[in-house]
Write a protein that binds this ligand. Structure first.
Ligand SMILES: *[C@@H]1O[C@H](CO)[C@@H](O)[C@H](O)[C@H]1NC(C)=O
Ligand SMILES: *[C@@H]1O[C@H](CO)[C@@H](O)[C@H](O)[C@H]1NC(C)=O
Ligand SMILES: *[C@@H]1O[C@H](CO)[C@@H](O)[C@H](O)[C@H]1NC(C)=O
Ligand SMILES: *[C@@H]1O[C@H](CO)[C@@H](O)[C@H](O)[C@H]1NC(C)=O
Ligand SMILES: *[C@@H]1O[C@H](CO)[C@@H](O)[C@H](O)[C@H]1NC(C)=O
Ligand SMILES: *[C@@H]1O[C@H](CO)[C@@H](O)[C@H](O)[C@H]1NC(C)=O
Ligand SMILES: *[C@@H]1O[C@H](CO)[C@@H](O)[C@H](O)[C@H]1NC(C)=O
Ligand SMILES: *[C@@H]1O[C@H](CO)[C@@H](O)[C@H](O)[C@H]1NC(C)=O
Length: 616
């Protein structure tokens, strides 16, 4: 043999080996960790991901998948079927997060691959493949066939994979994800995500960032449950079926059975149920049967309304005025970006809010996993749910982009309207993506939301461009509140007493912390001072917090304030204005003082309603 040939062969083999070697998964050290970062492991989010429509025969597909960066939409012309991809990746995660094992930037196009087996006992039933959320567009292939496509980064979708899966051996699944975020020409619901993070805009999330699972169901099966249970014990249910034709359904709730038909609303009544409220978050489990399909769900009995009480328009819960007081809750994590490291971590934030005596949380221009809303239902936290906004940089949607925003708004309401804790929908935040030449779109959108869900309040525009739509006259003002007051500032509108006076955002006071609690990215650290207020010591921060809460209490006593939102639950990247630092390791407030100051707010609102308003 000629020596050069001997040399040549091993080189080729090792090159081929290197090319085909998939990089093993490991957490990439993020710019800041949490106590949960290294506890996540490779078997994350084991809980059934859809607690209001839970099936017993299911299999979690979360875990280690493989991933490869792609360069354009044209990569779908030749999907990498049967080929190993370059890197292992954790699912669910954001590709930009340390927990993904990738921590990439500009993840505009990507391939994901996994393989799964289907229990042979499921043969003869429908095999449903569920994605809780993929940001932003997902094209799904099973065993070489394209089986589905979804657009919208925050919503679940189900693919009937029955015809495409094999019951003998492995099924290959490929997912192509395209996430344009705010790249040139893209105007899509993104919330605070941006390809160029700076100060109040943060690292984006691309990819499969919520759970993936398969389940078995009969041919005609339940696809969605719409449930509203009110303070009078009336339950209004629509059981949607895959056939879309009316068939009998049976609901078992609290020991009694109720029958109706699918695909149209029907009602039944429970005698004197224990009502759901933040102080007493009673939930009722129930089961629904449709033919051979049986699912578990739950609800809570409560009624949300608005009414004039003592001359002031107020939110009403179960017939009583409620002062809704919560935080701006953005749901960002230093290790997971949009995906909390675990359910425990996610619930920790909410438990801190309960401990501080908040009765509400404003889920800010993000939509969470279903387990978040379940946690609010269980803990007793009202939710103000924002629609994720379009771009905040003044680039407005064209007709097609506006139509897609409207479609996704409908999906938001339809997928979330059965959580007892959600009290209010928000359509626009501070004018972001809000057209305002000629016709104001918030009027039509408010009607649309009302037609899908007449049981809740609508905050059509939180902050800035209020033209009179919806149930709230909602002002944003930093740091001091201006809630339902006869004074206001540029960019806000004068208070309108025909609607609920609301302080949709205030506070935002910052207090810098040492580098081990900061998002250690120089460009973020350099923007810390682009803020309303920095308090130099924790004592000063606590004094300021106390002052601002007192100011809101005075406005509640004297004027027409129906609630407010403190900015914010946690620090995020270049912002240091959280109750908690971004790593959740420091809690800034004095818990007892905050709890008392918040109680004083609730008492002030109650006192005003019952006529014991102090005089000035
Ligand atoms: C590597 O991949 C190439 C192309 O997919 C294939 O031809 C080759 O046999 C693979 N090599 C090994 C060592 O698996
Ligand atoms: C994708 O393919 C089309 C049609 O072949 C071509 O016009 C376009 O330039 C390609 N785009 C990219 C980004 O390669
Ligand atoms: C993917 O590739 C593009 C270039 O095609 C690059 O700009 C980008 O940073 C890469 N993203 C990741 C996450 O590797
Ligand atoms: C029941 O809910 C549907 C929407 O799901 C609504 O159209 C209908 O008016 C409600 N009926 C009652 C009696 O509340
Ligand atoms: C409802 O179901 C959940 C989960 O299946 C369970 O943890 C809870 O104890 C049940 N509640 C009641 C009141 O039975
Ligand atoms: C905040 O603290 C970091 C780390 O200690 C420091 O580098 C930065 O300059 C500080 N920024 C401000 C505005 O205080
Ligand atoms: C904010 O901090 C950056 C970097 O530390 C500095 O260049 C800038 O001048 C500061 N701006 C203000 C308004 O203090
Ligand atoms: C009015 O509400 C306050 C605060 O809850 C309470 O202390 C007071 O007793 C109430 N007064 C009447 C007349 O109900």
């Amino acid at each position: 043999m000629r020596p050069e040939k001997l040399l040549f062969v091993p080189l080729l083999a090792s090159a081929a080996l290197a090319w085909n070697t998939t990089t093993k998964y490991a957490v990439k050290e993020p710019p800041l960790t949490t106590d949960w970062t290294y506890k996540v492991g490779t078997n994350p989010w084991t809980e059934y991901p859809r607690p209001q429509l839970e099936r017993s025969d299911w299999q979690n597909l979360n875990g280690i998948w493989t991933y490869q960066n792609a360069s354009s939409i044209n990569d779908t012309d030749s999907p990498p079927f049967g080929k190993p991809l370059a890197n292992e990746v954790l699912v669910p995660s954001c590709l930009e997060s340390g927990l993904s094992g990738i921590q990439g930037r500009d993840a505009l196009y990507s391939w994901f691959s996994t393989s799964f087996t289907v229990p042979s006992s499921w043969s003869g039933r429908q095999i449903l493949l569920n994605f809780a959320a993929v940001d932003y567009e997902a094209t799904v292939y099973i065993n070489g066939n394209q089986v589905g496509f979804n657009r919208g980064g925050y919503f679940r979708f189900t693919i009937d994979a029955t015809e495409h899966v094999s019951f003998n051996g492995a099924n290959e699944m490929l997912v192509f994800v395209h996430d344009p975020v705010d790249s040139e020409g893209s105007v899509i619901p993104i919330g605070k995500q941006t390809l160029r993070p700076s100060h109040i805009f943060y690292t984006p999330c691309s990819g499969i960032w919520q759970s993936v699972w398969i389940e078995a169901a009969p041919e005609n099966h339940i696809t969605q449950l719409d449930v509203d249970a009110n303070m009078d014990g009336q339950v209004n249910v629509t059981v949607h079926s895959s056939s879309g034709t009316s068939v009998p359904v049976e609901i078992n709730l609290d020991g009694s059975s109720h029958t109706g038909s699918s695909d149209a609303p029907f009602q039944f009544t429970i005698d004197s149920p224990n009502l759901w409220s933040p102080g007493s978050p009673t939930l009722y489990n129930f089961t629904v049967k449709l033919g051979d399909d049986e699912v578990k769900s739950y609800t809570g009995f409560r009624t949300i309304a608005k009414a004039e009480v003592g001359g002031i328009v107020s939110p009403i819960l179960n017939g009583e005025p409620v002062f809704m007081f919560g935080t701006l809750d953005q749901g960002f994590w230093p290790d997971g970006i949009y995906t909390p490291p675990s359910r425990e971590a996610m619930v920790y934030d909410l438990q801190v809010l309960k401990k501080l005596n908040f009765n509400m949380v404003r889920k800010h221009i993000k939509v969470e996993t279903a387990l978040f809303y379940q946690a609010c239902d269980r803990l007793g936290l009202l939710v103000i749910q924002d629609m994720p906004s379009l771009r905040a940089d003044g680039v407005l949607p064209d007709d097609a982009q506006q139509a897609e925003f409207t479609r996704q708004l409908e999906v938001l309401i339809n997928q979330h309207k059965s959580y007892p804790s959600i009290a209010t929908w928000v359509i626009y935040n501070e004018g972001w993506g809000q057209l305002r030449d000629g016709v104001y779109p918030e009027f039509g959108l408010t009607e649309l939301v009302r037609s899908i869900d007449p049981t809740r309040l609508i905050d059509s525009t939180t902050g800035w461009y209020d033209h009179g739509a919806g149930d709230f006259s909602d002002n944003h003002h930093y740091a001091n509140p201006q809630c339902g007051t006869p004074f206001y500032s540029i960019q806000s509108s004068p208070f309108d007493p025909t609607r609920i006076g609301f302080q949709g955002e205030f506070g935002g006071i910052g207090q810098n912390v040492s580098i081990e609690h900061l998002w250690n990215v120089q460009q973020a650290i350099d923007t810390i001072n682009q803020t309303y207020e920095i308090d130099q010591t924790l004592d000063a921060w606590r004094y300021r917090g106390h002052s601002l809460l007192n100011e809101l209490r005075e406005q509640t006593e004297k004027y027409s304030c129906g609630g407010g939102v403190w900015t914010q639950t946690t620090d995020v990247e270049g912002e240091v204005n959280g109750l908690l630092t971004y790593d959740r390791r420091i809690l800034r407030p004095d818990v007892e003082m905050w709890s008392k100051d918040l109680q004083a707010l609730y008492d002030a609102a109650a006192g005003r309603m019952n006529g014991s308003v102090p005089t000035y």
